[in-house]
Ligand binder design. Structure first.
Ligand code: URP
Ligand code: ZN
Ligand code: ZN
Length: 459
């Protein structure tokens, strides 16, 4: 059965126009006025609404064994939360640890997602150790449709790689046409600073940021960029949080290094005073890199506006209050992460577009189109065009509401953005032509999401 979206205003990364959209099955087949459609077509009246391409979150954690526990969501809960917030595709970090077999890890993550996600998805494959078996394993994973790797320069002795392993990963990625995403912090400095603070009895969440200061992130970012420059590989800094790291990344970009920058929702809207709150209130806001001094916000928004920051993800990573309390005696044991998959689009629209910090096309670009381009999904995803998947967000710019744990769909008992007003939300969300969401409710089919095949493009 076909789907017709009538009377809406279509907004993509580079155009804005009034037209109807017809999807035959999973694919957009016509865009225009007075379309001829079969009689049994499902019709959506989008008068007064904006019609965006489905949004893409390029950085989420769903299944994640980490810091002596597991992130809370399942692929069912995370994907439903994503869809209610307008995200129709996510890329999950597949993160076996240094002590796990990478290939077994990949198939484990795949098995967790398969048949359980309500929207489409893919994985960034983490390389947490580079050994004799790694090249053949990664080739198999790339052949299965993965065109991005992930490395961690932090989380020493768990996810973190040594510089030699980073070098090997980048050389292989260059050969395979794969982009390497990186968490950039200096692992050695983090562990020394953590030990120093704990030895002085500084155990609360307010010490998390001082244990991973901006300079530590800037060093990791600069080192990653230097390795990219010397291997010719293409890189992507994840969750960049502060001005010194931005400077390091921009210096490399402007010198010709093939480097993309992602910042994530918490770093635009929250600051380190949230983690300085007493007890578990502070713990709820512990993530890495940490929430920073608020003076970084203007620089990040401006870099996003100009396109220096290419994408906005979430680093969605829910741990509940009981899990956060694992760090009661030492901030180093607080599971790192803040959820956000459900809130990203509405908060970016409200505090970016509506506050005049972000042009509406750059909003679509940063929250959808760029991720599709960088990670090899464009134009199937990330735009509204004939031939693209019918992933559509019919957006109500007149909706007014508040982010609260009371109504969230993420499986967690708090929201990092509790109490923030939102101005706009998806009214209808479709995945390949199937209506999945109506006015904040999941009304669709669970488990229809597919793992996307992404071909290598970064040679
Ligand atoms: O605090 C964070 N970011 N948790 C998830 C793991 C990571 O570093 O992305
Ligand atoms: Zn990270
Ligand atoms: Zn992450």
């Amino acid at each position: 059965m076909g789907l017709l979206v009538k009377n809406g205003e279509i907004i993509t990364a580079d155009s804005r126009f009034r037209a109807d959209i017809y999807a035959e099955g999973e694919t957009i087949t016509q865009i225009g006025a007075d379309l001829t459609v079969p009689p049994d077509t499902v019709v959506i009246d989008a008068a007064g609404k904006l019609v965006f391409p489905g949004f893409i979150d390029p950085h989420v954690h769903v299944y994640l064994p980490f810091m002596a526990t597991f992130a809370k969501d399942t692929h069912e809960t995370a994907s439903i939360a994503a869809l209610i917030g307008g995200t129709t595709t996510y890329i999950e970090m597949c993160c076996p640890s240094r002590f796990d077999d990478a290939l077994k890890g990949y198939y484990l993550w795949k098995s967790k997602a398969e048949g359980n996600s309500a929207c489409d998805y893919s994985f960034h494959m983490s390389v947490t150790r580079f050994g004799e078996e790694t090249e053949s394993q990664l080739r198999e994973i790339v052949d299965d449709g993965i065109n991005s790797f992930k490395i961690f320069l932090s989380y020493k002795n768990f996810f973190g790689v040594e510089d030699g392993e980073m070098y090997e990963t980048l050389l292989l990625a260059k050969k395979l046409g794969v982009i390497v995403t990186a968490h950039c912090e200096n692992a050695e400095l983090v562990s020394r600073l953590q030990a120093g603070l704990l030895s002085e009895g500084k155990i609360g969440p307010e010490w998390h940021e001082p244990s991973r200061p901006e300079s530590v992130e800037a060093e990791g970012t600069g080192r990653f960029a230097t390795f990219l420059g010397n291997t010719g590989a293409t890189g992507y800094v994840v969750h960049l949080s502060c001005v010194p790291a931005l400077r390091a990344a921009m210096a490399a970009k402007s010198a010709g290094t093939k480097l993309y920058i992602e910042s994530v929702l918490p770093h635009f809207l929250l600051d380190k005073t949230y983690a300085e709150r007493k007890g578990v209130e502070g713990m709820k806001h512990v993530m890495s890199p940490p929430l920073r001094d608020a003076r970084n916000h203007d620089a990040l928004w401006n870099a996003l506006r100009c396109g220096f920051v290419d994408t906005v993800g979430t680093d969605h990573c829910p741990f509940d209050i009981e899990q956060k309390l694992l760090g009661s005696d030492a901030f180093t044991q607080i599971p790192n992460g803040i959820p956000g998959i459900e809130e990203r689009v509405n908060l970016l629209y409200t505090y970016g577009v509506n506050r005049g910090k972000l042009d509406i096309h750059r909003f679509v670009d940063a929250a959808s189109t760029q991720a599709a381009k960088i990670f090899g999904m464009f134009p199937r995803k990330g735009t509204i065009a004939v031939g693209s998947d019918a992933d559509l967000v019919i957006y109500d710019p007149n909706y007014r509401g508040i982010v609260t744990v009371e109504t969230q769909h993420t499986d967690n008992d708090y929201s990092g953005f509790e109490g923030m007003p939102i101005e706009g939300r998806p009214s209808i969300v479709t995945v390949r032509g199937t209506i999945q969401v109506r006015d904040g409710r999941f009304v669709g089919q669970k488990g229809i999401g597919r793992q996307l095949k992404r071909e290598p493009i970064h040679f």
